[in-house]
Design a protein around this ligand. Structure first.
Ligand code: PHE
Ligand code: CO
Length: 263
């Protein structure tokens, strides 16, 4: 994603790492109110649909008053897991994104969707990025895994494995399910920030819920414009960490070979 000209968001004042000022004072009262409405809808759902790690962090974030101040949350995050939030104008090039993660900076988009996008938005906005991603960054195992993922991303760029690693991100960080004592729960940010797909992913009889398997995930295409027809379920974040720890170099080679053979 290098053509930022076609992206939503103001890229005119970016630093070399695409960081911008959040400029919190510039959000309008309407924007804070819209954020609160999004927050209220999701916070009614997460107690029985999201994983315990997420609910625990959300409760102590007290981010229900409106669009949060990133600098304040960063201070607490640094103490908890060593991470901080970096405000960005929107999507950033892959290499930039991976480098931020590798250095324990989580990029969060500064702009908020429009009221007519309440139910569905194509590009990630501040509600998706903050509500969906930031709470789990307070969990030490999850946070470590994100850092490893960032380093793995830089490596995948060198090895031509980005397509496969992107699928892993999609089926875990964005749309992952996790086991709990009360059945399956969501930990993927795309689910946690979605009014419709969160309940669908956890409760609908329609989609397949398959046990997480690294090679299956990296060989599975996904769609970005409808609910998923399959989700992958992990036992816990320790499993995610363990299964993604091995060197992916031979796995990328194998996936490329298999793809060629199938073509
Ligand atoms: N182990 C992967 C590699 O060697 C890196 C990675 C770690 C990828 C964690 C995703 C998550 O490329
Ligand atoms: Co996301």
């Amino acid at each position: 994603m290098s053509d930022t000209a076609s992206l939503r968001g103001d890229y005119s004042n970016i630093g070399p790492d695409y960081a911008v000022e959040q400029n919190w004072a510039a959000y309008t009262g309407e924007q804070h109110a819209l954020y609160r409405r999004l927050y209220e809808r999701q916070s009614a759902l997460v107690p029985y649909l999201a994983c315990a790690e997420f609910n625990k962090a959300l409760a102590m974030l007290d981010a229900d008053k409106g669009i949060p101040r990133f600098d304040q949350v960063s201070r607490r995050l640094r103490r908890a897991t060593g991470w901080e939030i970096v405000p960005v104008p929107g999507l950033v090039p892959d290499e930039v994104f991976f480098r931020h993660l590798a250095e324990k900076r989580f990029p969060v988009t500064v702009w908020l969707r429009k009221p007519e996008e309440f139910d569905y938005i194509v590009e990630p906005d501040v509600f998706h990025d903050f509500f969906g991603h930031v709470p789990l960054m307070f969990d030490p195992v999850y946070a470590d895994h994100m850092c490893e993922y960032g380093k793995g991303g830089l490596k995948a760029l060198r090895l031509g494995g980005l397509k496969y690693l992107a699928r892993l991100y999609w089926y875990t960080i964005e749309f992952g399910l996790i086991k709990s004592e009360d059945g399956v729960r969501a930990y993927g940010a795309g689910l946690l920030s979605s009014g419709g797909e969160l309940g669908f992913s956890v409760q609908s009889p329609k989609p397949a819920r398959r046990p997480f398997d690294l090679m299956t995930v990296m060989a599975s295409d996904y769609h970005i414009d409808s609910y998923q027809d399959q989700y992958f379920v992990i036992d816990d974040f320790g499993q995610l960490m363990q299964e993604t720890a091995p060197d992916f170099t031979p796995l990328y080679e194998k996936l490329k070979r298999e793809e060629k053979a199938a073509a």
